[in-house]
Write a protein that binds this ligand. Structure first.
Ligand SMILES: [Ca+2]
Ligand SMILES: [Ca+2]
Ligand SMILES: [Ca+2]
Length: 431
């Protein structure tokens, strides 16, 4: 028998005997310890086979596999109840099995909504944030005041000290899952290059958002500060906004203009290890914003003088041939499951290895861009320094909570909203 067949035979043995582990939910397969846990929707068990074998034989990891039907015993449709069931299962296996990473396989896993500023926030346009920190931080009292509103930074007791790493593979077909696992295995067996692609647009122009005097924000500035930290060991490529009457390209040296075709060309030609998108976005696409014309010739960009143009969306993704990129998006609310079109899922099912970033539209809820950037760039810097992605994220969450926990309420709320919002769609990539 081939080695892979033997592993699968053992998996099936445990399935039938089901005696191996006496916990509430029984694993369908398990090593004695399990650093790496897969929880999969029942119909995808077969599709996880190739990845489980690779984890064990290729990477020497200890592994456990659980079926979702074992964890969500009742058919309670209440999302919070389902989140709590999943959470108590995670806590149970963390305490007994030395788990460091958990992957949810399938699109039906619940998402927890956290309300940093309560249900009726005056500061946040959308009061809740989808967050996996609820699953990875096991010692916080997420609803300390017991009012059914989770993650309130004043009323509840959140520690921002995630013990484990959580990843999601939100696919709904066996083929997508198998293709994805196969792509990641290929990624491990190839030599990776040191190319990083940065794309940036203006976040806002002075006077564009409201009549208040808000200074303009060019996201290229943020990219440049990341580049300063990493460029000795990486080849950094820049695509900055170049059309319009005020353009990043004239301020910073850039390799090309920010457009849909240039992003695709660069992704194809340099096959970057990391692509960092510093653009605006919605669930379906990332856009650049440019100042078309100073119609009233007052030297200020009013909203009617500004245009948005899509530079990255589902159709771009289907054209990308390279399969090795880690995508990070700073300002895209596209990481959660709601909505028919989901850019992050398109990315993962067609191309790159991970998609990480905010699950909120930062521009929409008027979060301080500088704070958001500061936190995001720390994460990217860690990843660029070859710290494993999930660890880098957890480290970023703990560190930036410490920095902001004693600041004024406004800054604390901004930083905590950002820390809540980071989601990681991936399998664990051990760099
Ligand atoms: Ca509460
Ligand atoms: Ca409360
Ligand atoms: Ca004007």
């Amino acid at each position: 028998m081939k080695r892979r067949n033997i592993v699968w035979f053992v998996i099936l043995m445990f399935f039938f005997t089901n005696l191996f582990f006496l916990s509430k939910a029984n694993p369908i397969y398990s090593d004695e310890k399990a650093e790496y846990v897969l929880i999969c929707e029942d119909q995808y068990l077969e599709s996880t086979k190739v990845w489980t074998s690779f984890l064990k034989e290729g990477l020497g990891k200890t592994v456990s596999i659980y079926l979702a039907s074992e964890i969500f015993k009742s058919s309670d449709p209440n999302e919070i109840e389902r989140c709590k069931q999943l959470k108590s299962f995670i806590k149970e296996i963390y305490d007994s099995r030395d788990v460091s990473y958990i992957l949810f396989v399938g699109s039906q896993f619940p998402y927890m909504k956290l309300y940093p500023d309560g249900q009726n926030s005056k500061f946040l346009k959308v009061p809740y944030i989808y967050s996996d920190l609820f699953f990875s931080d096991l010692t916080s009292e997420w609803d300390f005041d017991n009012d059914g509103i989770y993650g309130e930074i004043e009323d509840d007791r959140i520690k921002f000290n995630p013990e484990i790493m959580i990843g999601r593979l939100p696919f709904s077909s066996p083929r997508e899952i198998e293709n994805y696992f196969q792509r990641i295995i290929d990624l491990y067996t190839r030599k990776r290059n040191n190319n990083v692609l940065f794309t940036a647009s203006f976040q806002q122009f002075e006077h564009a958002i409201s009549n208040e005097l808000i200074k303009e924000i060019d996201n290229a500035n943020f990219c440049e500060t990341i580049i300063k930290n990493i460029e000795k060991s990486y080849n950094c490529y820049r695509l900055y906004e170049a059309s319009g009457i005020q353009s990043s390209k004239w301020i910073h040296k850039a390799d090309g203009c920010l457009s849909k075709s240039s992003i695709n060309t660069y992704l194809a030609n340099i096959n970057p290890s990391i692509a960092c998108f510093n653009l605006k976005g919605n669930t379906k696409s990332l856009v650049k914003t440019y100042w078309v014309k100073d119609i009233n010739k007052n030297g200020l960009a009013e909203s009617e003088e500004i245009k948005d143009e899509i530079v990255f969306d589902g159709t771009s993704v289907s054209e990308i041939k390279n399969k090795q990129t880690f995508f990070f998006s700073m300002q895209s609310p596209s990481l959660w499951q709601e909505g028919a079109d989901n850019l992050s899922i398109d990315v993962l099912s067609n191309t790159g290895a991970i998609f990480g970033g905010n699950s909120i539209d930062v521009s929409l809820i008027e979060l301080g861009n500088e704070i958001n950037f500061e936190i995001f760039s720390h994460w990217i810097n860690q990843v660029a320094n070859k710290i494993e992605i999930g660890n880098a994220l957890n480290d970023t969450i703990s560190k930036y909570y410490e920095i902001y926990k004693n600041t004024n309420y406004d800054n604390k709320l901004k930083s905590i909203s950002v820390l809540y919002s980071y989601l990681l769609l991936e399998i664990q990539c051990f760099r």
